[in-house]
Design a binder for this molecule. Structure first.
Ligand SMILES: [Zn+2]
Length: 116
């Protein structure tokens, strides 16, 4: 699901994509300047190995995701601390964002029930 950034307006554009395990559901909305707001939820179970005993277990994922996508290189003029991802092809690929969010969760420290 690839969306052209210039097609995103103040009217929230809903999206929903799924990986094998995770549902990624939310919306894109024009913010200001070159910035698009992405607000979404990640839900599902992620197969992961425990960082202590290395056993595989299902990690319950229930996370809010919120950041801005910049259409082109982002210059922080106002020195406001925003979470910005730059898009260099004038579009946003929802599956790619989901994949990187999943990688991010997997790279976090998690332990299984037995090791808690
Ligand atoms: Zn464990």
């Amino acid at each position: 699901m690839k969306i052209l950034l210039r097609k995103i307006t103040k009217t929230p554009l809903d999206f929903e994509v799924k990986s094998d395990e995770i549902i990624f559901k939310g919306y894109l909305e024009y913010h200001s300047g070159k910035l698009i707001l992405l607000k979404a939820k990640l839900n599902g179970l992620l197969r992961k190995s425990c960082d202590i005993c290395a056993e595989e277990f299902d990690l319950l994922v229930d996370e809010d995701v919120e950041f801005f996508i910049s259409d082109g290189i982002y210059k922080d003029d106002n020195s406001v601390d925003l979470d910005v991802v730059e898009s260099l092809d004038e579009s946003v690929n929802i599956e790619e964002i989901l994949a990187s969010e999943i990688e991010l969760i997997k790279s976090d420290y998690h332990s299984c029930e037995n090791c808690k």
